[in-house]
Design a protein around this ligand. Structure first.
Ligand SMILES: Nc1nc2c(ncn2[C@@H]2O[C@H](COP(=O)(O)OP(=O)(O)OP(=O)(O)O)[C@@H](O)[C@H]2O)c(=O)[nH]1
Ligand SMILES: [Mg+2]
Length: 316
């Protein structure tokens, strides 16, 4: 095997040094180590820690085939034009509906495959030590350490684990499109609630106005934040992308959080989920007279489940 110039130059450097120098093979390796939480991962995580906290994480979530990858492709174009480097994590839904999405995502983001400023990585939605969301967060950190200005997360808003992943984005774009099993009722409940920006993609198709007014009324009626913008895009033609970039910037400026705060928020979310899982398992399975007594209280109407849970939590 012959070493390339970059490899020869970096022989002897640590993996993280090579990542910092922008070596693509090193970035790929770091992503893999952190994704799998390999034996080397804890040391790598410690090594990259000083370099973290710059990247902005933008999530694109929506039903299969809504045009997420096509929109991401166009959005990357706008970011590159503004001189920003980009890492993409495309969570493969492994769903029967959009089977082959892994390949599909790559094809739709094809404009950027020869650009060293864009690194696209697929993430299988199953089989991660400790869960999909922590794996995605570690990969965000890997891209952050590699100096990517923006990390894009593409997830299908289909199952709970994908909605969880979508939630770790700093700015969440939820898109829908006409002609996907009809209306927004088809969107998994909970997905609209996480939106910072709503997008009706495929605005060139008949039915786009209907989708738009459904989303607009969802904003007016539901738990979606009342001032959530609703935009129209035609991802295939790049229409509406400048407006989308402007909205993302407006949301980011409105928050005025530091990147460090955003990282802490992500960590807290992971902790909350892990704690919820742990408590669930313990309350469900552990043999404990205190838990039995609380169950009795619920059964005989002395306390609501919420009150019993509070009593349990406060006692621990
Ligand atoms: N007419 C029209 N078609 C679009 C538009 N955006 C995307 N498409 C098409 O919609 C299809 C699905 O696009 P994708 O970008 O792969 O959608 P996706 O949401 O990433 O799909 P999955 O990753 O499989 O969930 C493709 O054939 C696109 O060319 C648009 O604005 N207008
Ligand atoms: Mg896609």
């Amino acid at each position: 095997m012959t070493a390339t110039g970059a490899e020869a130059a970096s022989a002897g450097s640590s993996l993280v040094e090579r990542v910092r120098a922008g070596e693509l093979a090193a970035i790929a390796r770091l992503l893999t180590e952190l994704e799998r939480l390999s034996p080397a991962a804890p040391k790598l995580i410690a090594e990259i820690a000083p370099f973290l906290g710059r990247a902005q994480v933008v999530g694109f979530t929506g039903p299969p085939g809504a045009g997420k990858s096509t929109l991401v492709n166009a959005y990357i174009g706008a970011l590159r034009a503004a001189g920003k480097t980009v890492g993409v994590i495309a969570v493969d839904p492994s769903s029967p509906i959009s089977g082959g999405a892994l390949l599909g995502d790559r094809v739709r983001m094809n404009d950027h495959t020869d650009d060293d400023g864009v690194f696209i990585r697929s993430l299988a939605s199953r089989g991660h030590v400790g869960g999909l969301t922590p794996a995605a967060v570690r990969m965000i950190d890997a891209f952050d350490a590699a100096g990517k200005d923006v990390v894009i997360l593409e997830t299908v808003g289909a199952g709970q684990s994908e909605i969880d992943v979508a939630q770790v984005a700093d700015i969440r774009i939820v898109l829908n499109a006409p002609g996907l099993g009809d209306d927004i009722q088809a969107m998994k409940s909970g997905i609209l609630d996480i939106a910072d920006i709503l997008v009706v993609n495929k605005a060139d198709l008949a039915g786009a106005d209907k989708t738009f007014s459904q989303l607009a009324s969802a904003v007016a009626l539901s738990s979606v934040k009342a001032n959530t913008p609703v935009l129209k895009t035609v991802a295939t033609k790049g229409e509406g992308i400048a407006e989308l970039v402007a909205e993302v910037n407006a949301v980011a400026e409105g928050r005025s959080e530091t990147a460090e705060t955003r990282r802490r928020k992500r960590a807290r979310r992971l902790l909350a989920w892990a704690a919820a899982d742990l408590i669930e398992a313990q309350v469900r399975d552990r043999s404990d007279p205190r838990i039995d007594a609380l169950c009795d209280n619920i059964l005989n109407g002395r306390s609501s489940p919420e009150e019993a849970a509070k009593a349990l939590f406060e006692a621990t």
